[in-house]
Design a protein around this ligand. Structure first.
Ligand code: ZN
Length: 354
Protein backbone atom coordinates (compact mmCIF):
# COMPACT_ATOMS: atom_id res chain seq x y z
CA UNK A 1 0.00 0.00 0.00
CA UNK A 2 1.26 3.42 -0.83
CA UNK A 3 0.83 6.62 1.06
CA UNK A 4 0.51 10.25 0.07
CA UNK A 5 2.80 12.92 1.43
CA UNK A 6 1.45 16.22 2.74
CA UNK A 7 2.22 18.96 5.21
CA UNK A 8 0.34 19.85 8.37
CA UNK A 9 0.66 21.56 11.73
CA UNK A 10 0.94 19.52 14.88
CA UNK A 11 -0.11 20.73 18.34
CA UNK A 12 1.46 18.53 20.95
CA UNK A 13 -0.97 19.51 23.69
CA UNK A 14 1.74 20.96 25.95
CA UNK A 15 2.25 24.31 24.27
CA UNK A 16 0.08 26.26 21.88
CA UNK A 17 2.95 26.39 19.42
CA UNK A 18 2.33 24.48 16.20
CA UNK A 19 5.03 22.31 14.67
CA UNK A 20 5.33 21.82 10.94
CA UNK A 21 5.24 18.15 10.20
CA UNK A 22 5.44 15.98 7.12
CA UNK A 23 2.51 13.59 6.96
CA UNK A 24 2.11 10.21 5.40
CA UNK A 25 -1.53 9.60 4.58
CA UNK A 26 -2.38 5.93 4.35
CA UNK A 27 -5.71 5.56 2.58
CA UNK A 28 -8.60 4.46 4.78
CA UNK A 29 -6.19 3.60 7.54
CA UNK A 30 -3.99 6.09 9.31
CA UNK A 31 -1.83 9.20 9.30
CA UNK A 32 1.83 8.93 10.29
CA UNK A 33 4.36 11.68 10.97
CA UNK A 34 7.71 12.28 12.67
CA UNK A 35 7.85 14.43 15.77
CA UNK A 36 10.89 14.70 17.98
CA UNK A 37 12.48 11.87 16.03
CA UNK A 38 9.63 9.60 16.92
CA UNK A 39 7.20 8.21 14.39
CA UNK A 40 3.59 8.79 15.51
CA UNK A 41 0.82 6.64 13.99
CA UNK A 42 -2.73 7.96 14.21
CA UNK A 43 -5.22 5.32 13.15
CA UNK A 44 -8.48 6.71 11.85
CA UNK A 45 -10.35 4.86 14.62
CA UNK A 46 -8.37 6.72 17.28
CA UNK A 47 -9.05 10.25 16.06
CA UNK A 48 -11.99 12.49 15.38
CA UNK A 49 -12.33 14.86 12.46
CA UNK A 50 -13.75 18.31 12.41
CA UNK A 51 -13.99 20.06 9.11
CA UNK A 52 -14.72 23.75 8.69
CA UNK A 53 -14.83 25.45 5.37
CA UNK A 54 -11.09 25.40 4.70
CA UNK A 55 -9.49 23.77 7.70
CA UNK A 56 -9.44 20.21 8.93
CA UNK A 57 -8.72 19.44 12.57
CA UNK A 58 -7.79 15.91 13.49
CA UNK A 59 -7.88 15.34 17.22
CA UNK A 60 -6.73 12.36 19.22
CA UNK A 61 -9.63 10.81 21.11
CA UNK A 62 -7.27 9.96 24.01
CA UNK A 63 -5.99 13.47 24.37
CA UNK A 64 -8.08 16.28 22.93
CA UNK A 65 -5.30 18.79 23.24
CA UNK A 66 -3.23 16.88 20.75
CA UNK A 67 -4.24 17.68 17.22
CA UNK A 68 -3.26 18.19 13.63
CA UNK A 69 -4.32 21.11 11.53
CA UNK A 70 -4.40 20.92 7.75
CA UNK A 71 -5.07 23.86 5.47
CA UNK A 72 -4.45 22.48 2.00
CA UNK A 73 -7.88 21.85 0.42
CA UNK A 74 -6.60 18.99 -1.70
CA UNK A 75 -5.14 17.22 1.33
CA UNK A 76 -8.22 17.95 3.41
CA UNK A 77 -10.37 16.32 0.81
CA UNK A 78 -8.07 13.36 0.48
CA UNK A 79 -7.98 12.67 4.23
CA UNK A 80 -11.60 13.39 4.70
CA UNK A 81 -12.83 11.09 1.95
CA UNK A 82 -10.47 8.43 3.13
CA UNK A 83 -11.67 8.70 6.73
CA UNK A 84 -15.23 8.68 5.52
CA UNK A 85 -14.70 5.43 3.70
CA UNK A 86 -13.35 3.95 6.89
CA UNK A 87 -16.63 5.20 8.46
CA UNK A 88 -14.92 7.20 11.12
CA UNK A 89 -16.88 10.38 10.56
CA UNK A 90 -19.56 11.14 13.14
CA UNK A 91 -23.22 11.08 12.09
CA UNK A 92 -23.67 14.80 12.66
CA UNK A 93 -20.63 15.58 10.54
CA UNK A 94 -22.21 13.41 7.85
CA UNK A 95 -25.39 15.48 8.04
CA UNK A 96 -23.41 18.72 7.89
CA UNK A 97 -21.58 17.34 4.86
CA UNK A 98 -24.88 16.64 3.12
CA UNK A 99 -25.58 20.36 3.50
CA UNK A 100 -28.10 21.44 0.92
CA UNK A 101 -28.94 17.86 0.04
CA UNK A 102 -29.91 17.13 3.63
CA UNK A 103 -32.19 20.15 3.90
CA UNK A 104 -33.77 19.34 0.54
CA UNK A 105 -34.52 15.78 1.63
CA UNK A 106 -35.86 16.95 4.98
CA UNK A 107 -38.07 19.56 3.31
CA UNK A 108 -39.47 17.10 0.79
CA UNK A 109 -40.21 14.63 3.60
CA UNK A 110 -42.05 17.21 5.67
CA UNK A 111 -44.05 18.46 2.66
CA UNK A 112 -44.97 14.89 1.72
CA UNK A 113 -46.12 14.18 5.27
CA UNK A 114 -48.30 17.28 5.26
CA UNK A 115 -49.74 16.37 1.85
CA UNK A 116 -50.59 12.84 3.00
CA UNK A 117 -52.19 14.33 6.05
CA UNK A 118 -54.42 16.62 4.00
CA UNK A 119 -55.25 14.03 1.38
CA UNK A 120 -55.98 11.09 3.67
CA UNK A 121 -56.16 11.94 7.35
CA UNK A 122 -58.29 15.08 7.18
CA UNK A 123 -60.96 13.70 4.78
CA UNK A 124 -61.16 10.56 6.94
CA UNK A 125 -61.55 12.61 10.09
CA UNK A 126 -64.15 14.81 8.45
CA UNK A 127 -66.23 11.72 7.51
CA UNK A 128 -66.16 10.57 11.15
CA UNK A 129 -67.04 14.04 12.42
CA UNK A 130 -69.96 14.25 9.97
CA UNK A 131 -71.23 10.80 11.04
CA UNK A 132 -71.53 11.87 14.65
CA UNK A 133 -73.03 15.27 13.80
CA UNK A 134 -76.87 15.13 13.78
CA UNK A 135 -78.61 16.26 10.56
CA UNK A 136 -80.29 18.89 12.71
CA UNK A 137 -76.94 20.71 12.60
CA UNK A 138 -77.10 20.89 8.78
CA UNK A 139 -80.60 22.32 9.01
CA UNK A 140 -79.68 24.97 11.58
CA UNK A 141 -76.57 25.92 9.62
CA UNK A 142 -78.55 26.24 6.37
CA UNK A 143 -81.35 28.19 8.09
CA UNK A 144 -78.89 30.69 9.49
CA UNK A 145 -77.17 31.07 6.11
CA UNK A 146 -80.51 31.60 4.43
CA UNK A 147 -81.58 34.19 7.02
CA UNK A 148 -78.38 36.11 6.40
CA UNK A 149 -78.84 36.24 2.64
CA UNK A 150 -82.63 36.44 2.47
CA UNK A 151 -82.79 40.24 2.41
CA UNK A 152 -80.61 40.45 -0.70
CA UNK A 153 -82.31 37.63 -2.60
CA UNK A 154 -85.08 38.50 -4.98
CA UNK A 155 -87.16 35.33 -4.95
CA UNK A 156 -89.52 34.78 -7.87
CA UNK A 157 -92.45 33.29 -5.94
CA UNK A 158 -94.39 32.11 -8.96
CA UNK A 159 -91.45 30.39 -10.63
CA UNK A 160 -90.35 28.96 -7.29
CA UNK A 161 -93.74 27.23 -6.99
CA UNK A 162 -93.35 25.80 -10.52
CA UNK A 163 -89.80 24.65 -9.79
CA UNK A 164 -90.96 23.02 -6.55
CA UNK A 165 -93.65 21.19 -8.49
CA UNK A 166 -91.16 20.19 -11.17
CA UNK A 167 -88.92 18.74 -8.43
CA UNK A 168 -91.83 16.95 -6.77
CA UNK A 169 -92.09 14.82 -9.93
CA UNK A 170 -88.54 13.58 -9.36
CA UNK A 171 -87.60 11.03 -6.70
CA UNK A 172 -84.36 12.37 -5.21
CA UNK A 173 -84.07 9.28 -3.04
CA UNK A 174 -83.72 11.15 0.20
CA UNK A 175 -85.71 11.68 3.36
CA UNK A 176 -84.33 15.23 3.59
CA UNK A 177 -86.81 18.01 2.88
CA UNK A 178 -85.76 19.83 -0.28
CA UNK A 179 -86.99 23.36 -1.00
CA UNK A 180 -86.42 24.80 -4.48
CA UNK A 181 -86.42 28.52 -5.17
CA UNK A 182 -85.87 30.62 -8.26
CA UNK A 183 -83.85 33.77 -7.63
CA UNK A 184 -84.10 36.70 -10.04
CA UNK A 185 -80.43 37.10 -10.78
CA UNK A 186 -78.74 37.16 -14.16
CA UNK A 187 -75.61 35.52 -12.76
CA UNK A 188 -75.33 31.94 -14.07
CA UNK A 189 -75.47 30.15 -10.74
CA UNK A 190 -77.21 27.56 -8.61
CA UNK A 191 -76.33 26.32 -5.14
CA UNK A 192 -77.57 24.21 -2.28
CA UNK A 193 -77.66 25.19 1.37
CA UNK A 194 -77.09 22.42 3.93
CA UNK A 195 -80.73 22.66 5.13
CA UNK A 196 -81.95 21.47 1.73
CA UNK A 197 -82.76 24.87 0.24
CA UNK A 198 -81.70 24.82 -3.40
CA UNK A 199 -81.45 28.20 -5.09
CA UNK A 200 -81.52 28.40 -8.87
CA UNK A 201 -80.76 31.73 -10.53
CA UNK A 202 -82.91 32.91 -13.44
CA UNK A 203 -79.57 33.40 -15.24
CA UNK A 204 -78.92 29.66 -15.36
CA UNK A 205 -82.55 28.85 -16.17
CA UNK A 206 -82.23 31.06 -19.25
CA UNK A 207 -79.36 28.89 -20.48
CA UNK A 208 -80.98 25.54 -19.81
CA UNK A 209 -82.87 24.28 -22.85
CA UNK A 210 -84.63 21.10 -21.76
CA UNK A 211 -86.06 19.44 -18.66
CA UNK A 212 -83.33 16.76 -18.63
CA UNK A 213 -80.70 19.45 -18.10
CA UNK A 214 -82.72 21.04 -15.32
CA UNK A 215 -83.27 17.66 -13.65
CA UNK A 216 -79.51 17.03 -13.88
CA UNK A 217 -78.79 20.38 -12.21
CA UNK A 218 -81.30 19.75 -9.41
CA UNK A 219 -79.96 16.21 -8.95
CA UNK A 220 -76.44 17.57 -8.60
CA UNK A 221 -77.45 20.16 -6.00
CA UNK A 222 -79.67 17.68 -4.14
CA UNK A 223 -76.72 15.30 -3.85
CA UNK A 224 -74.63 18.03 -2.18
CA UNK A 225 -77.40 18.16 0.45
CA UNK A 226 -77.89 14.39 0.73
CA UNK A 227 -74.19 13.72 1.13
CA UNK A 228 -73.81 16.62 3.55
CA UNK A 229 -70.91 18.17 1.64
CA UNK A 230 -71.14 21.50 3.46
CA UNK A 231 -70.70 19.82 6.84
CA UNK A 232 -67.85 17.76 5.43
CA UNK A 233 -66.10 20.85 4.10
CA UNK A 234 -66.59 22.57 7.42
CA UNK A 235 -65.25 19.61 9.36
CA UNK A 236 -62.30 19.28 6.97
CA UNK A 237 -61.40 22.89 7.61
CA UNK A 238 -61.82 22.42 11.32
CA UNK A 239 -60.11 19.00 11.53
CA UNK A 240 -56.83 20.51 10.40
CA UNK A 241 -57.11 23.24 12.97
CA UNK A 242 -58.16 20.88 15.76
CA UNK A 243 -55.07 18.76 15.23
CA UNK A 244 -52.81 21.79 15.20
CA UNK A 245 -54.56 23.16 18.28
CA UNK A 246 -54.34 19.79 20.07
CA UNK A 247 -50.60 20.01 19.66
CA UNK A 248 -50.37 23.65 20.73
CA UNK A 249 -53.17 23.40 23.32
CA UNK A 250 -55.12 26.37 21.99
CA UNK A 251 -58.78 25.62 22.82
CA UNK A 252 -60.09 29.15 22.39
CA UNK A 253 -58.58 29.13 18.94
CA UNK A 254 -60.65 26.06 18.03
CA UNK A 255 -63.89 27.68 19.11
CA UNK A 256 -63.28 30.91 17.23
CA UNK A 257 -62.21 28.97 14.14
CA UNK A 258 -65.45 26.96 14.17
CA UNK A 259 -67.39 30.21 14.35
CA UNK A 260 -65.32 31.82 11.56
CA UNK A 261 -65.62 28.85 9.27
CA UNK A 262 -69.37 28.55 9.75
CA UNK A 263 -69.72 32.14 8.59
CA UNK A 264 -67.41 31.69 5.66
CA UNK A 265 -69.03 28.50 4.44
CA UNK A 266 -70.61 30.38 1.54
CA UNK A 267 -67.16 31.14 0.20
CA UNK A 268 -65.78 27.65 0.41
CA UNK A 269 -65.98 25.84 -2.85
CA UNK A 270 -66.66 22.13 -3.02
CA UNK A 271 -63.64 20.05 -3.69
CA UNK A 272 -63.26 17.96 -6.82
CA UNK A 273 -64.26 14.72 -5.14
CA UNK A 274 -67.49 16.28 -3.88
CA UNK A 275 -68.27 17.58 -7.37
CA UNK A 276 -67.72 14.16 -8.93
CA UNK A 277 -69.75 12.55 -6.21
CA UNK A 278 -72.63 14.97 -6.87
CA UNK A 279 -72.40 14.28 -10.61
CA UNK A 280 -72.59 10.55 -9.89
CA UNK A 281 -75.51 11.19 -7.52
CA UNK A 282 -77.28 13.24 -10.17
CA UNK A 283 -76.73 10.48 -12.71
CA UNK A 284 -78.26 7.91 -10.33
CA UNK A 285 -81.28 10.15 -9.74
CA UNK A 286 -81.83 10.60 -13.49
CA UNK A 287 -81.51 6.88 -14.05
CA UNK A 288 -83.87 6.00 -11.22
CA UNK A 289 -86.46 8.41 -12.65
CA UNK A 290 -85.92 7.20 -16.21
CA UNK A 291 -84.87 10.67 -17.32
CA UNK A 292 -82.32 10.74 -20.14
CA UNK A 293 -78.91 11.28 -18.42
CA UNK A 294 -77.55 13.15 -21.45
CA UNK A 295 -78.93 16.15 -19.57
CA UNK A 296 -75.91 15.94 -17.29
CA UNK A 297 -73.45 16.08 -20.17
CA UNK A 298 -75.33 18.91 -21.85
CA UNK A 299 -75.37 20.84 -18.60
CA UNK A 300 -71.57 20.94 -18.60
CA UNK A 301 -71.35 22.39 -22.08
CA UNK A 302 -73.86 25.07 -21.11
CA UNK A 303 -71.90 25.97 -17.99
CA UNK A 304 -68.56 25.98 -19.75
CA UNK A 305 -69.74 28.52 -22.29
CA UNK A 306 -68.22 31.83 -21.44
CA UNK A 307 -70.08 35.02 -22.05
CA UNK A 308 -67.38 37.26 -23.40
CA UNK A 309 -64.71 37.25 -20.74
CA UNK A 310 -67.05 36.52 -17.92
CA UNK A 311 -66.76 33.11 -16.34
CA UNK A 312 -70.06 31.81 -14.96
CA UNK A 313 -70.19 32.23 -11.19
CA UNK A 314 -71.27 28.63 -10.70
CA UNK A 315 -67.81 27.46 -11.75
CA UNK A 316 -66.26 29.12 -8.72
CA UNK A 317 -68.27 26.97 -6.31
CA UNK A 318 -68.69 23.94 -8.57
CA UNK A 319 -65.50 23.87 -10.65
CA UNK A 320 -65.87 21.90 -13.88
CA UNK A 321 -62.63 20.15 -14.68
CA UNK A 322 -61.90 17.95 -17.67
CA UNK A 323 -61.81 15.01 -15.29
CA UNK A 324 -65.32 15.80 -14.23
CA UNK A 325 -66.56 16.01 -17.82
CA UNK A 326 -64.89 12.72 -18.72
CA UNK A 327 -66.28 11.11 -15.61
CA UNK A 328 -69.83 12.19 -16.52
CA UNK A 329 -69.36 11.10 -20.15
CA UNK A 330 -68.29 7.67 -18.96
CA UNK A 331 -71.33 7.42 -16.72
CA UNK A 332 -73.66 8.39 -19.51
CA UNK A 333 -72.12 6.32 -22.30
CA UNK A 334 -70.83 3.23 -20.55
CA UNK A 335 -74.07 2.32 -18.84
CA UNK A 336 -77.37 1.28 -20.30
CA UNK A 337 -80.35 3.32 -19.36
CA UNK A 338 -84.02 3.40 -19.99
CA UNK A 339 -85.57 6.77 -20.49
CA UNK A 340 -89.20 7.54 -20.99
CA UNK A 341 -90.85 10.85 -21.93
CA UNK A 342 -92.02 12.87 -18.92
CA UNK A 343 -94.95 15.03 -19.93
CA UNK A 344 -95.36 16.71 -16.52
CA UNK A 345 -91.70 17.70 -16.41
CA UNK A 346 -91.82 18.91 -20.00
CA UNK A 347 -94.91 21.00 -19.32
CA UNK A 348 -93.63 22.49 -16.06
CA UNK A 349 -90.33 23.25 -17.72
CA UNK A 350 -92.08 25.13 -20.52
CA UNK A 351 -93.97 27.16 -17.91
CA UNK A 352 -90.75 27.92 -16.08
CA UNK A 353 -89.16 29.24 -19.26
CA UNK A 354 -92.00 31.68 -19.98
ZN1 ZN B 1 -71.55 21.13 -7.19
Amino acid sequence: MSFTKAYGKYFDGHTSKPYDVELEIWPEKKISFFYNHRKLNWNFEEVSFEKNSDTLYITRKENHAESLRIDNPYVINLIYQSAKKSRNISWYQNILDLGFKFYAIATVTVVAAIALFYVFVIPWMSERVTEITPVEFDNKLGDSQYNQMESILEIDQKKSRILQEFASNIDFETSRKLTFKVVNDSEVNAYALPNGTILVHSGILDKISNYEQLAALLGHEATHVKERHSVKILSRAISGYIIVSAVTGDVNGIMSTIADNANQLNNLSYSRDFEESSDAGSYQILRKNKINPKGLEELFSILKEKEGLEIPKILSTHPITNDRINFAKKLVHQNEYNSIPHQELEQLFTELKK
